[in-house]
Design a protein around this ligand. Structure first.
Ligand code: SAM
Ligand code: SF4
Length: 480
């Protein structure tokens, strides 16, 4: 099994899990105080954002309420600049693996809700998991996001077993999954300790909406009804030693300004109490799901223009946090969002258990929501290379070298990402090109690698060329 080399201990300050750290009144006061800002105020905040030091809640509230359309382009330009300074043109790729759509909760926006009796329920057995992983490895994937409904079948031991199976599968080219992130229901600290033994990458859990009254109105039954238990999930995960966590809000349930400011409050709270902020933030937007009326017409629908602003503003507010975009979004929009700050995308995804091996018809009966981007992984990679000049990265180096949690964020803050991430992106992309790419992607990708090498310092170029030559000669899993 893949292991981390340097487990860190996390020191947690006292917190009161019976009291929300989201102060609804204070968030609305921040929104109201920053209403209708002048162009000069907006430009002042943008100037500060260029320093890559992040933004306060007040400054973020101001950007969120800019009404000068001509300043949108300036916002996007600063977001592109900050993204480039910190992340360069790498984009990390992963695929979700839906293990189980059995769920005892009833979230009114989700196709897996327990009241959706038309859904074909399935929990993959170990053999089915092996088949799914083999297909994902055959596409070239090295990172998986394992997804589970909340159900007694998906208890922590079952989750750990499934992850161990995923790590154990190798394809005929020696391809393997090197990092498994997990999106499952929050658990007790004791269970999180068990989950940690499976050598997971990021533990991911979205609050959905930080607005408690809305939260209570859309979670109709099951354990997920408990707002506070979910709100403190990451505190418990950190207590259990999981130092790499991902948060998110499901856009469309409540006012997007409130959700974003509350999410930043969550970031600040984790930094204060646990000493480490989240590794990633996700931006699911409600997609139509069979068996969910609310998903057809979300109460606070966020249109594409607003969504682009949300991503750009988040990039400026938390410049060092990874931003994740899923296949929920269309190909065209994802391309724009990449430039504005997204650092990880899913590719070639299916959202039903067994979806990679099943016929299309079966998938629709078991999927969570409809996808916006149906293209194959190699087509997505070709487009990333040729149209976005992006380096698709399959790197899992930091996690396996123990550069996670505060260590990872510390490195990022010193802008050292280029030291490890850029070389590792090129080396793992070269693996992809040799083992899995179609001819035109291989040609375009090889040219991209040469362009990137030409832009490096001579010492770094020599170092990376040595690793690329070893990869060409058949060595695999090289990382700095
Ligand atoms: N059951 C676990 C939970 O709810 O935390 C994890 C799996 S759940 C399938 C993962 C995420 O899917 C949820 O946190 C929610 O944000 C997202 N989701 C649910 N319904 C959705 C929809 N109709 N469109 C987009 N995302 C959705
Ligand atoms: Fe179940 Fe998660 Fe879907 Fe809610 S969002 S119904 S908990 S799978």
């Amino acid at each position: 099994m893949t292991t981390k080399e340097h487990p860190h201990s996390i020191s947690i300050s006292h917190y009161d899990a019976n009291k929300s750290f989201i102060d609804e009144k204070a968030i609305w006061a921040a929104i109201n105080n920053a209403a209708a800002p002048s162009a000069e105020q907006v430009r002042q905040v943008l100037a500060k954002a260029r320093q890559c030091q992040g933004l306060s809640i007040e400054e973020t509230a101001l950007l969120l309420q800019n009404q000068h359309e001509q300043l949108d382009e300036e916002l996007f330009a600063v977001a592109r600049e900050v993204k480039n300074t910190i992340y360069g043109n790498r984009i990390v790729l992963f695929a979700p693996l839906y293990v189980s759509n059995h769920c005892a909760n009833s979230c009114s926006y989700c196709g897996f809700n327990a009241d959706n009796h038309a859904l074909k329920r399935k929990t993959l057995n170990q053999e089915e998991i092996r088949k799914e992983v083999t297909i994902l490895e055959g596409m070239g994937h090295k990172r998986i996001l394992a997804v589970y409904g909340e159900h007694p079948r998906n208890n922590v031991n079952a989750i750990v077993d499934s992850i161990q199976t995923m790590y154990s599968v190798k394809d005929d080219k020696g391809g393997e999954i090197r990092r498994i992130n997990v999106n499952c229901a929050p658990m007790s600290t004791a269970d999180f300790k068990v989950l940690k033994t499976a050598a997971i990458g990021t533990y991911q859990c979205f609050q959905e909406t930080y607005h408690q009254p809305t939260y209570e109105s859309v979670h109709l039954k099951g354990k997920k009804k408990d707002y506070l238990y979910r709100l403190y999930a990451m505190h418990r995960a950190m207590e259990a030693g999981i130092d790499d966590v991902g948060i998110g809000a499901l856009f469309g349930l409540y006012d997007h300004r409130f959700e974003l400011l509350a999410m930043l409050t969550h970031v600040a709270q984790l930094e204060t109490v646990c000493g480490i902020g989240p590794h990633t933030i996700s931006f699911p937007r409600i997609e139509p799901a069979h068996g969910s009326a609310i998903s057809e017409k979300p109460p606070y629908e966020v249109d594409d223009a607003c969504f682009k602003r949300i991503v750009a503003i988040t990039r400026l507010a938390v410049p060092y946090t990874g931003l994740i975009m899923s296949t929920r979004e269309s190909a065209g929009l994802r391309k724009e969002l990449l430039e504005l700050g997204v650092s990880q995308i899913s590719a070639g995804s299916r959202t039903s258990p067994g979806g990679y091996q099943d016929s299309e018809q079966d998938q629709y009966d078991a999927e969570q929501f409809s996808l916006g981007d149906h293209r194959a992984m190699d087509d997505i990679i070709y487009e990333l290379v040729t149209e976005s000049n992006a380096i698709p990265s399959f790197c899992t180096g930091c996690y396996r070298k123990g550069r996670t949690g505060d260590h990872f964020i510390g490195l990022a803050k010193q802008q050292f990402i280029g030291k490890f991430c850029q070389p590792n992106a090129l080396i793992t992309f070269k693996e992809y090109l040799n083992d899995y790419a179609g001819p035109k992607t291989r040609a375009a990708g090889t040219a991209l690698i040469e362009r990137e090498l030409a832009a490096m310092s001579p010492a770094r170029e020599r170092n990376v060329r040595t690793c690329l030559a070893k990869t060409e000669a058949g060595e695999r899993d090289i990382y700095l």
